[in-house]
Design a protein around this ligand. Structure first.
Ligand SMILES: *[C@@H]1O[C@H](CO)[C@@H](O)[C@H](O)[C@H]1NC(C)=O
Ligand SMILES: [Cu+2]
Length: 478
């Protein structure tokens, strides 16, 4: 009884966290019950029951709870664009590391429907550990946020192993068998991943192999033993031994010797797959697109990393100097999924959807029908930024990011719909307003053109500026 009392609340948490509102989520929920190792059979039954109950009876309640939990928090209030630690689902966890995944974006808000086919995950592996071979039914772009590892990819009958470190960008094609070590003695390996599932949009599973009875379960064990005996030309008892070993999870400890042997590879590696470029590219080593004393802005796209061509994804890295700020800018086509890699600060974004959404909702309740497209009012979406937080910045939405006054703010962004994307500056040298005719400025702002021009020409810097915290009052020119 004691055990039961202790395990069930834990189970319940796990199940609730993992739970969405669709049929597929019910299946996923049950799958989690199935793969939990530390529970007894009767508890497994209970776990299934919880899944069913959640799915059929408590959908409504869950939605309300979710909305309430955002109230009263500066970063969460009415703001579906910011994700904290608590929004992640822990997909996999062992004492040596974990993989955390954000739920499907459209579950958070229908405003994120445009990126619902993408998923975001963070892998954390402790020093001297091994992430067992596995493959995913998703194309993935990886960014190494911290640490040093060695990644092995097996594809088209060849293995390519290469050392990876901070700032590396790596594409992993769907179905590639991949494994990884953290070869550092002290530092955790942190990898941010953007995934684009290839079989069921927005859904992905990790598949594991080769060994293991459970945790992880080998995919071989799904086959009948006669099939395996025939396919592997091996007696049943030997196969039972091969696939029957207890495992300690997906992220496990490796010996000094195993690490030493497996890390003897070059940075970046050579790419043996015909017609393709290098295994990885380092974003910090690119020529910055923008750079001044307030920050640097880098990009990796299909021009400097050919493998990104078919994914229509690019990456940006912004290193905003302490006391500095980036923007205001907007992206013409791309929606940015960004994660704070280092430092603190805040961001602000203009969003017409949130404001009109809440208004039209109350309008509907009062029985009035509103169908015309309204312009504004804009909601100021804002949030503090801390290490590990994830932001979504939709295309066309003007935003700024401001670093705290005591530490650089470093943000990496994965851009979805990257092809032909343009970053449009709204302040500083070359801002978009400076391209407008005088008459257009006059008509657009309802002021004499000279006055408008003066203001938009006052800032001499480009892209990165001194932030509000670093300015002395009265220093502004206008
Ligand atoms: C970020 O900028 C600082 C200077 O403000 C520099 O010392 C540091 O190396 C930069 N970091 C990266 C990763 O580019
Ligand atoms: Cu919006």
């Amino acid at each position: 009884m004691m055990v039961r009392a202790k395990v069930l609340p834990f189970l319940f948490c796990l199940v609730v966290v993992a739970f969405g509102t669709k049929e597929s989520d019910l299946k996923q929920c049950k799958h989690q019950c199935k793969v939990l190792q530390q529970i007894e059979e009767y508890q497994r039954e209970k776990c299934y029951e919880i899944c069913e109950k959640l799915y059929h009876g408590e959908k409504q309640e869950k939605e309300e709870e979710e909305i309430n939990s955002y109230e009263g928090k500066e970063e969460g209030k009415n703001n579906p664009y910011v994700f904290n630690e608590e929004h992640f689902i822990t997909g996999i966890k062992t004492e040596h590391g974990r993989i955390r995944v954000l739920p499907k974006f459209s579950e958070r808000s229908k405003l994120l429907k445009g990126i619902e086919n993408y998923r975001f995950a963070i892998l954390e592996a402790n020093p001297k550990t091994f992430v067992v071979p596995n493959h995913w039914d998703a194309d993935a772009v990886l960014f190494v946020a911290q640490g040093r590892g060695t990644l092995s990819l097996v594809r088209k009958g060849k293995r390519n192993s290469f050392n990876i470190g901070r700032g590396d960008v790596i594409k992993v094609c769907a179905g590639t068998t991949a494994y990884l070590i953290n070869r550092d003695d002290n530092e955790k390996l942190l990898i941010a991943k953007l995934l684009r599932p290839v079989s069921t949009p927005g859904q992905f599973e990790h598949f594991f192999g080769p060994g293991g009875r459970e945790n992880p379960e080998s995919f071989y064990s799904a086959f009948s033993s006669e099939i395996l005996e025939a396919a592997l030309n091996t007696r049943k008892d030997r196969l039972q031994r091969l696939f029957g070993q207890p495992r300690e999870g997906v992220i496990i400890r490796a010996s000094e010797e195993q690490i030493r042997v497996m890390s003897q590879h070059e940075e970046g590696g050579i790419w043996p797959f015909r017609g393709e470029s290098k295994g990885s590219v380092n974003i910090y080593k690119q020529r910055p697109l923008q750079s001044n004393q307030y920050g640097q802005f880098y990009q990796v796209d299909d021009s400097n990393y050919k493998q990104l061509e078919d994914l229509d994804i690019s990456l940006n890295f912004a290193n905003i100097t302490e006391g500095g700020m980036l923007g205001p800018i907007y992206s013409s086509r791309a929606t940015k999924i960004a994660v704070v890699v280092e430092g603190e600060g805040y961001f602000e974004m203009a969003c017409p959807h949130l404001a009109s959404e809440s208004e039209s909702e109350s309008g509907r309740r009062q029985g009035s029908k509103e169908t015309e497209t309204r312009i504004g009012p804009y909601q100021k979406v804002h949030s503090k930024l801390r290490r590990g937080m994830v932001l979504v910045i939709p295309a066309g939405h003007p935003f700024v990011a401001v670093a705290s006054t005591n530490q650089n703010l470093q943000i990496v962004g994965f851009n979805v719909n990257a092809r032909n994307n343009e970053i449009v500056p709204l302040a500083g040298r070359n801002n978009v307003m400076s391209q407008l005719e005088r008459e257009a400025l006059e008509l657009g702002f309802g002021l004499p053109a000279r006055e408008v021009e003066q203001i938009f020409q006052s800032q001499q810097e480009e892209f990165f500026f001194q932030g509000p915290g670093g300015r002395q009052s009265g220093r502004a020119a206008a």
